[in-house]
Design a protein around this ligand. Structure first.
Ligand code: NAP
Length: 243
């Protein structure tokens, strides 16, 4: 039996990843920051599938909270075999209007949060000479988005971190990959108008936007034995929007 820790698993892509891993028989640790009730509901839904689950509160931007979260998960579910770094926030606006705090919040959550969680997970994985990390990047980290400079920079950083870490820990038996979603209909898209969404669909060769399931299926593939010779890669799941 394997255990997965998924950050930002109370809603959206992370919540779907939790369900997908549970259906494959994984015990699931769900991290949340603010949405406690949603995380607890999902724990109940996952336990009904016959696997173990726990919800752990932590702000991934805070390294002390991340350390505490890993200690709690190890105590409740044992060693972590798979880490999915999914927690993330976006900020839309002109760079010239962005405050220091807004910039830092995006970088601290999306990039430093990924670093803190990788660092905690790797101590066990390297000792066990096995483990998988899947980082959730974004197509904007590949090509850059106008008015999302901090988000694009953070996600480009996640891609660089993924590649560097894959080289560093491959000899220790640990694989590190990224899934890079295109536009996926979650709360993160709430600020977009119907016209914006229609325009995004028009720009997508497969003519639809992504679902959380589309992303979770790619994540569980990279975590699986079927991906045993894949490391340091960025799997773009975007309907062809960025090729
Ligand atoms: P979402 O629906 O807004 O959900 C975000 C999740 O991240 C929530 O569970 C939230 O937890 C958690 N979170 C936010 N800040 C956190 C923090 N500081 N510490 C711990 N958890 C935190 O977003 P989503 O669309 O599912 O996005 C998931 C990932 O996919 C993100 O990394 C995002 O950048 C990436 N992505 C999304 C899209 C898209 O179109 N949706 C495209 C490309 C990449 P609480 O609610 O508990 O606070």
């Amino acid at each position: 039996m394997s255990t997965v820790l998924i950050t930002g698993a109370s809603r959206g892509i992370g919540a779907q990843c939790a369900l997908t891993f549970a259906r494959e028989g994984y015990d699931v640790a769900l991290n949340y920051c603010r949405s406690e009730e949603k995380a607890r509901e999902l724990v109940r839904e996952i336990e009904a599938l016959g696997v173990r689950a726990c919800a752990v509160q932590a702000d991934v931007a805070d390294s002390a909270q991340v350390k505490q979260m890993f200690d709690t998960v190890r105590a409740e579910l044992g060693a972590i075999d798979v880490l999915v770094n999914n927690a993330g926030i976006a900020h839309v606006g002109l760079l010239t209007d962005m405050t220091d705090d807004e910039w830092r919040r995006v970088i601290d959550t999306d990039l430093s949060g990924t670093f803190y969680c990788c660092r905690e997970a790797l101590s066990d994985m390297i000792r066990a000479h096995s483990g998988v990390i899947v980082n959730i990047a974004s197509m904007w980290g590949e090509v850059g988005a106008s008015c999302e400079a901090a988000y694009s920079a953070a996600k480009a950083g996640v891609i660089g971190l993924t590649k560097a870490l894959a080289k560093e820990v491959g000899p220790s038996g640990v694989r590190v990959n990224a899934v890079s979603p295109g536009v996926v209909m979650t709360d993160m898209m709430a600020g977009f108008s119907d016209e914006d969404v229609a325009a995004l669909k028009d720009d997508t060769p497969l003519t639809s936007l992504g679902s959380p399931e589309d992303i979770a299926d790619a994540v569980i593939f990279l975590a699986s034995e079927k991906a045993r010779f894949i490391t340091g890669q960025v799997l773009s799941v975007n309907g062809g929007m960025v090729i």
